[in-house]
Design a protein around this ligand. Structure first.
Ligand code: PLP
Length: 341
């Protein structure tokens, strides 16, 4: 099956699979005291600076919930876009498992700005209001858009002035760096981001994400919170070695740049089809489009993809590290055929 439903429909990159097999010799100390997890600290520091500390976890929801708990008190709240994955697609885990209140803000494009943050950053010191303590942004966003490094710097400066910690959901951080053409530190550590959920699964890992502490001041007890949040892998070496394979060389960048290029190719191909409109800027590896619902439903019998908005009929097409030009061209041809039918 080939499709455009999600970048996590893709399998495991062969270089990652080979690394897992290599790590499968002999015994290693469990729960992160293995040589792979130890080495991973340096790998992350090479990307994010000498203060970075990395905590591998199983999945993105777990990374987000663990990270957000580490920078909030029991009365704390998280400001985020209403389209944020933590708000829309984590089954309420930040609220129920993390005990956090989410203060959401509508945005036109999935991106917060200092002005939008201010819509929820009030009542600081008011005991009647859950206290905004963290700001969470997603890069690239759930709507396939990107923050520039300057935009993130401005957001972090503003958040810090308000006393908020900044968390980034970097489930697709590699796609963002590849598209912006800058090192990942440029729009994280250097921009003032305090804490990061670093994505691996969507960029060719079998499973695994990491919580990365970029600025340790104010971040507490991740070790305990990770375990309590059921995110501590006993055979952690197999999670860690995948990140080493991804990040020690340029696999992270090659894979993400390829996924982005396939999204651009798809965008160009469908722009020429009458009746199909691309409704959001294609800045990373997602294409959002509007076309007649019955056409989408026929297409879904041939290729997997999701309706993003059932009410409007907007659909989302995701590209991944293993999407081929032939996949894109075949899909675009199928769209043209179904539009003409
Ligand atoms: C923006 C974003 N954050 C986090 C996640 C992590 O999700 P999961 O818990 O499925 O690994 C996803 C997955 O779709 C995502 O799109």
């Amino acid at each position: 099956m080939r499709g455009f439903a999600s970048d996590n429909y893709a399998g495991v990159h062969p270089e990652v699979l080979a690394a897992i097999a290599l790590a499968n010799g002999g015994h290693q100390v469990s729960y992160g005291a293995d040589v792979y997890t130890q080495a991973l600290q340096e790998v992350f520091r090479a990307h994010f600076g000498p203060a970075a500390e990395v905590f591998p976890v199983f999945n993105g929801t777990g990374a987000n919930v663990t990270a957000l708990q580490a920078v909030t008190e029991r009365w704390g709240a998280v400001i985020c876009a209403d389209s944020a994955h933590i708000n829309t697609d984590e089954c309420g885990a930040p609220e129920r498992m993390g005990g956090l209140k989410l203060l959401t803000v509508p945005t036109p494009d999935g991106k917060l700005t200092p002005g939008l943050i201010d819509r929820q950053a009030y009542g600081l010191d008011d005991e009647h209001r859950a206290q905004p303590q963290v700001l969470s942004i997603t890069q690239s966003t759930e709507l396939g858009t990107l923050y520039t490094p300057e935009e993130i710097t401005a957001i972090c400066d503003h958040a810090h002035e308000l006393g908020l910690t900044v968390h980034m959901d970097g489930s697709r951080i590699a796609n963002a760096a590849a598209a912006l053409g800058v090192p990942m530190a440029r729009f994280t550590t250097d921009a003032g981001v305090d804490l990061l959920s670093f994505g691996g699964t969507k960029n060719g890992l079998l499973l695994g994400e990491c919580v990365v502490v970029l600025r340790p001041e104010g971040v507490r007890s991740i070790r305990y919170l990770r375990k309590m949040s059921m995110q501590l892998a006993s055979k952690m070496r197999f999670v860690s070695v995948q990140f080493e394979a991804l990040l020690a060389g340029d696999l992270w960048l090659r894979s993400a740049a390829h996924a982005n290029a396939m999204a651009r190719r798809l965008e160009q191909a469908v722009r020429g089809i009458d009746g199909v409109s691309v409704v959001r800027p294609v800045q990373a590896n997602a294409v959002f489009a509007l076309l007649p619902r019955e056409v989408s439903e026929r297409l879904q019998k041939r290729y997997r993809f999701y309706f993003w908005n059932e009410a409007t009929g907007e659909v989302r097409w995701m590209c991944s590290f293993d999407t081929t030009e032939a996949d894109v061209d075949g899909f675009a041809a199928a769209i043209a055929e179904e539009m003409a039918a």
